[in-house]
Design a protein around this ligand. Sequence first.
Ligand SMILES: *[C@@H]1O[C@H](CO)[C@@H](O)[C@H](O)[C@H]1NC(C)=O
Ligand SMILES: *[C@@H]1O[C@H](CO)[C@@H](O)[C@H](O)[C@H]1NC(C)=O
Ligand SMILES: *[C@@H]1O[C@H](CO)[C@@H](O)[C@H](O)[C@H]1NC(C)=O
Ligand SMILES: *[C@@H]1O[C@H](CO)[C@@H](O)[C@H](O)[C@H]1NC(C)=O
Ligand SMILES: *[C@@H]1O[C@H](CO)[C@@H](O)[C@H](O)[C@H]1NC(C)=O
Ligand SMILES: *[C@@H]1O[C@H](CO)[C@@H](O)[C@H](O)[C@H]1NC(C)=O
Ligand SMILES: *[C@@H]1O[C@H](CO)[C@@H](O)[C@H](O)[C@H]1NC(C)=O
Ligand SMILES: *[C@@H]1O[C@H](CO)[C@@H](O)[C@H](O)[C@H]1NC(C)=O
Ligand SMILES: *[C@@H]1O[C@H](CO)[C@@H](O)[C@H](O)[C@H]1NC(C)=O
Ligand SMILES: *[C@@H]1O[C@H](CO)[C@@H](O)[C@H](O)[C@H]1NC(C)=O
Ligand SMILES: *[C@@H]1O[C@H](CO)[C@@H](O)[C@H](O)[C@H]1NC(C)=O
Ligand SMILES: *[C@@H]1O[C@H](CO)[C@@H](O)[C@H](O)[C@H]1NC(C)=O
Ligand SMILES: [Cu+2]
Length: 748
Amino acid sequence: MLLHSLLLVLGVSAVVPALAQVAGTFQVAGNTQVSAMMMFVVSPDKVYILDKVEGNAPQINGHSQYASIWDIPSRTATPIDVHTNAFCAAGMHLPNGSYALFGGNTAVGPGGDNSAPGSTATFDPTYQDYDGTRAIRIFNSCDENTPCTFIDNSTQLAKRRWYPAAEPLGDGTVVLIGGFVAGGYINRNYPNTDPAYEGGAAEPTYEFFPPGSQSPQIMNFMVKTSGLNSYALTYLMPSGNVFVQANYSTIIWNPATNAETPLPDMPGQIVRVYPASGANAMLPLTPDNNYTPTILFCGGQYMDDYSWGNYSYPFANTWTIPASSDCHRITPEPTDGSSPAYVQDDSLPIGRTMGQFIALPDGTFLIINGAQNGTAGYAQMTLTVPSGAMPFGESLAAGPVGQPAIYNPNAPAGSRWSMAQLSSSNISRLYHSSALLLPDGSVMVAGSNPNIDVNLTTIYPTTYTAEYFYPPYFSAMTRPVPQNIPSTLTYGGNYFDITIPSTSYSGPGNDAADNTTIWLIRPGFTTHAMNMGQRILQLNHTSTVFSNGTIVLHTSQLPPNPNLFQPGPAMLFVTINGIPSNGSFLIVGNGQFGPQPTSSTSVLPENVRSASASGAAPKSASSNNNGSGSSSHTGPIVGAVVAGIAAVGVLGAVFGICLARRRKSLAASSHTMSSSPGTRFGGFSEREMRNSDSSAFMLLQQNHQSDDAPMLSPYQDKFGLQASSQFAQSGEINPYRDAYLSRSSTPR
Ligand SMILES: *[C@@H]1O[C@H](CO)[C@@H](O)[C@H](O)[C@H]1NC(C)=O
Ligand SMILES: *[C@@H]1O[C@H](CO)[C@@H](O)[C@H](O)[C@H]1NC(C)=O
Ligand SMILES: *[C@@H]1O[C@H](CO)[C@@H](O)[C@H](O)[C@H]1NC(C)=O
Ligand SMILES: *[C@@H]1O[C@H](CO)[C@@H](O)[C@H](O)[C@H]1NC(C)=O
Ligand SMILES: *[C@@H]1O[C@H](CO)[C@@H](O)[C@H](O)[C@H]1NC(C)=O
Ligand SMILES: *[C@@H]1O[C@H](CO)[C@@H](O)[C@H](O)[C@H]1NC(C)=O
Ligand SMILES: *[C@@H]1O[C@H](CO)[C@@H](O)[C@H](O)[C@H]1NC(C)=O
Ligand SMILES: *[C@@H]1O[C@H](CO)[C@@H](O)[C@H](O)[C@H]1NC(C)=O
Ligand SMILES: *[C@@H]1O[C@H](CO)[C@@H](O)[C@H](O)[C@H]1NC(C)=O
Ligand SMILES: *[C@@H]1O[C@H](CO)[C@@H](O)[C@H](O)[C@H]1NC(C)=O
Ligand SMILES: *[C@@H]1O[C@H](CO)[C@@H](O)[C@H](O)[C@H]1NC(C)=O
Ligand SMILES: *[C@@H]1O[C@H](CO)[C@@H](O)[C@H](O)[C@H]1NC(C)=O
Ligand SMILES: [Cu+2]
């Protein structure tokens, strides 16, 4: 409030990025119009944001808005009219830089179900949405010059999938694995007498996009992990096989043959998959580790088998159960001939469910969002708490963690985690929140909505406020400005030269050259505390330092194995002395589905050094940080000097207040942002209890018995009529539609 009023006084609107970018702090960035359950960034300017279908106040073409395009520089959201319910879909980049969203929920109306008159699972007349369970939606890349276009009526999945896993293969094909047929807390009935199909509520098969000639096959691992296997955690390995983790089991899976090789169980039987929702990420692939993937898991939840409950709700009161702080690493394909094994890693500073790893362009990982207790998901009751009497509204988690932490994979064991100089956000980011690396190296944080439909008056409300978090490198006075970054990269082949002007760094040129890393980052598709497809790879390089301070980086293409970094969009960052440049968008590979051209890696020129060279940038003032976490160095990018200076003072004050509050709560409970029933961060009064006696997942109980009736797609006919004028849907023909149609006409 304080900040906002001050900005009003100064006549600075939130649209103008006039605030100082203070390292280690959050800055309120604006209103996303829809609650940001899913996000992905496609250019320096644009982020697509999708919500589930619900009663958001902003309207488009006569119904609530469920999707928007976020303009990063102006911090404004523009509505787009998506028609199918993308609630808990999977998403993945495609080789050409577009993104595809797969599956989701049926059509729903108010209350998140079909109870309104005339509402069916196929179409709801109030919210005017269509069934999304088999939908494939394609969102094309766009920027300030290229309009944002999308199609949500092209091919359909062979199976209904809600919470499927998605993993791209080395040829750009996306494999979709498992999912619910119609949603629920976890993917089982109790007792679990039909682990494969759960009476029609589970989908244990996998299929591909673009679809090949094969009909969906059962993946045995989906039967084995029945119960805790939706949004399975998947990582393509260098061999082309896929690491798959769900419940507390792990396998290596061959997508060509469907063969499974068991790997060890997750130590402690800690569950990382939804709804335990541990943070997980592939650590950086670097020349030093010879591009060998290691997967890191942190947090999540352990509960006994019974407590996990069934489709309707947990049988335990999850909000009273602290989340795990355990971290384990595994290298699934060791190159030294050893057997893959989980290895204990430094524990999280604060246990979390729904913590989310963001790969940062200095090779570290941010963990952000989530809660200290409970799990993802929502419900109106549990086995022992009747409908409407849950203490945190419909949330199955409690105790938001507002303070991020940073993990340095290269630090010695025992010192990998740091929360130093990282401020807390006071906005709870729980179920259906999201976080995403932006091209300037900041992290966009948005969403949170552990509610069936929009609820602005509950303890953890439907959240429309986005924040930008500024990692520690925003303390730098000067960011590198690399030149001549190509727009495409190949797998092997000739190296290329990136020029670093002397104004990009300070100090001796030789030291800067020796302390430079070149990162490719794919921020991925964020939803449910995951960034599907997120990867970070360091390009090999040598360098020439010129006496005038210019540094030329002789930069390798990617290693000649598309499985290391699948074809598609990425950002390239040059990081000098720990300070990253802005990311440049480019396409890795040939932009098309299919085998990617590879060639051997060219030999790089020898390093050349110049003792007299030095950088011309002002010395970084990052040492100005005094450790309070409330006052960091002001970044260089200040739109309006006066406003900036004033705002820094106010920010200090605001965060000072937060910090004091945090310390108080730390003293009281040893938790940040602790929150007890009846109290909340904002000014709202005591919560009132909802009187409905229906379960949050009532809908799926109705759908349980239904067999796999052919899905109609009535939205296809009227679709074109409803395009918003500014962001028209593309009318282009999808090349895979014909393939799909011919396939579906062949007998299965
Ligand atoms: C967070 O703090 C700011 C500044 O004190 C305040 O305006 C805002 O209402 C708070 N938000 C919540 C969710 O409590
Ligand atoms: C997790 O896997 C174990 C071992 O397969 C199984 O006994 C248990 O029921 C599973 N848990 C859930 C909640 O499905
Ligand atoms: C990186 O480049 C250096 C210099 O050409 C070379 O010696 C080294 O083998 C390369 N590393 C990898 C993993 O290719
Ligand atoms: C889940 O279990 C509860 C308690 O046994 C039961 O009342 C409910 O019907 C079950 N839900 C489903 C979808 O079977
Ligand atoms: C989290 O769970 C612990 C242990 O049951 C409890 O003491 C604490 O109050 C819970 N936190 C919240 C925010 O409810
Ligand atoms: C990085 O990007 C931001 C946001 O677009 C821009 O304001 C800034 O000038 C860029 N900085 C550099 C060093 O290129
Ligand atoms: C720095 O020296 C190199 C090599 O002589 C030259 O190519 C480059 O143009 C010079 N840069 C500037 C800014 O003078
Ligand atoms: C590289 O830069 C980082 C970040 O400033 C610094 O901590 C580190 O000491 C530097 N390394 C060398 C070898 O100069
Ligand atoms: C650190 O910063 C805080 C907030 O600006 C200030 O109150 C405090 O005096 C500073 N401490 C030191 C040692 O500079
Ligand atoms: C919002 O949540 C509160 C507290 O859980 C509840 O009393 C109220 O009925 C809910 N409002 C809506 C519109 O669901
Ligand atoms: C999808 O919508 C576009 C735009 O309205 C239309 O041209 C196209 O025929 C539709 N495709 C299908 C498969 O219905
Ligand atoms: C990218 O590829 C997808 C899938 O083939 C296609 O639907 C989409 O139109 C392509 N986007 C562009 C901009 O060509
Ligand atoms: Cu969800």
